[in-house]
Design a protein around this ligand. Sequence first.
Ligand code: HEC
Length: 157
Amino acid sequence: MTYIKVLVLRLYDFRLMHVFFLLILFLLVVQPANADDDDIIARIRAGDAASGKKVYQRCIACHTIDKRGEHRVGPNLYGIIGRRAGGDPTYGNYSEAMQNSEIILDYKNLDLYLENSKLLIPKNRMAHGRMANPQERADIIQFLRVYHDNPPPLKTD
Ligand code: HEC
């Protein structure tokens, strides 16, 4: 009898553990994900467009930024924030990966694309694949906001 009792108690414990485990998982996965988003927005908000202009010198060989600027090796970047990745129909040179991507380049995705473009869109062809410095990414994104008819607000919700 005691053996069965212990077994039942163990099983009950096990079920409680599951609930506990799921709760922890929820807290780990759901909460910090939002906190991360807020952190990214806060970092970009603190970015500086003038510094971003300097960072942009690294892009200039392949990208123009002025409205209706020419395409170079890469597409013109005017108004890129909020657009679908691979979504400029006048640039005829996207990789298949970019063409087929359903990713919207909102602030979070743009930040990720600049940090490691191949992580966000595997097999994309941008040779300048990585910008490790978060401050530089915030600065260039602020610079990109200037070259936009209507940049989305940098709000945390
Ligand atoms: C050596 C050339 C090169 C350099 C340097 C370069 N890019 Fe690119 N970039 C590309 C190419 C090519 C693509 C298109 C990739 C594809 O289709 O797979 C691209 C795509 C992009 C896109 C997505 C555009 C869209 O319409 O979806 C963004 C945003 C971008 N680059 C930003 C930058 C920024 C910011 C820099 C500078 C820090 C930079 N790139 C430097 C070649 C370059």
